[in-house]
Ligand binder design. Structure first.
Ligand code: BTN
Length: 249
């Protein structure tokens, strides 16, 4: 039984029924270490498998970070995809931003590669992990998370937010998950780099880019190239951690 009445459980049978016609096989787990790890262990199964955890105890983030969220306070979900494009997480960011706009009334922007920001604060993160021919796409979205439950901001970073803290028009996780998976379907059909670029707040900003190995590059983010790399002062980078120093002029 759950105790926090503001955080009802997901309606697993209704979700599975509603999303089956779109090709998603949705499983809601009461608890998982990491939904990405659960799917990585089941990567032999056909694409379309989706695992959602009501509580994640060892959530993984990009660049060896962790993703934490109180039970039922957000969506912690992974989808198994047969999608070879390096754009998969970038398009998934577009799906999250559209879901926030159309379903929750929030204007979201993307920080390259795939942090989703509302009001300059991170509301969702994405982590794609390749397993053989498949990709496990993990999405963490803060829904009813309160300020004191958010992880402390990294030095120099703006910190996190949630739908609750951003004044969303709904906190209904069932509705949000349905919209998210339908938007994910749509962006994977559209396959549009332009949709990503239009939402990417990094493009045109003055940035500090921390590269793997801790080298830092500072400059103007000019675009995201056709391979999904961030171009800073004419040089393309495939991975890194961006801090926005100044928004576009
Ligand atoms: C990041 O911003 O660093 C990426 C965070 C990704 C978190 C999600 S929650 C569901 C899925 N399972 C995980 O262990 N991680 C992803």
């Amino acid at each position: 039984m759950y105790e926090d009445l503001d955080r009802p459980p997901l309606d697993a049978p209704a979700l599975a029924r509603a999303l089956a016609p779109d090709g998603w096989r949705v499983e809601v787990h009461a608890e998982a270490g990491s939904t990405n790890a659960v799917l990585a262990a089941r990567a032999e199964e056909p694409e379309g498998l989706v695992v959602v955890a009501e509580e994640q105890t060892a959530g993984r983030g990009r660049l060896d970070r962790v993703w934490t969220s109180p039970p039922r306070a957000g969506l912690t979900v992974s989808a198994l995809l047969a999608e070879p494009s390096p754009w998969v997480t970038l398009w998934a960011g577009v799906a999250v931003a559209r879901t926030l706009r159309d379903t929750a009334g929030l204007e979201a922007f993307l920080k390259w590669p795939n942090d989703v920001l509302v009001g300059g604060r991170k509301i969702a993160g994405l982590l794609a992990e390749r397993v053989g021919e498949k990709v496990v796409l993990g999405i963490g979205l803060n829904v009813s998370t309160r300020a004191d439950e958010l992880p402390p901001a990294a030095p120099g970073a703006a910190g996190g937010t949630s739908l609750l803290l951003s004044g969303a028009t709904t906190l209904d996780r069932d509705t949000l998950l349905r919209a998210l998976l339908r938007n994910l379907d749509a962006v994977l059909v559209e396959r549009s780099p332009m949709s990503y670029r239009a939402l990417c707040g990094t493009i045109g900003s003055r940035v500090s880019l921390q590269l793997p190995g801790d080298r830092i590059v500072e400059g103007t983010a000019e675009t995201v190239d056709d391979d999904g790399r961030l171009v800073v002062d004419g040089v393309a980078y495939a991975a890194g951690d961006v801090t926005h120093l100044r928004p576009p002029a």
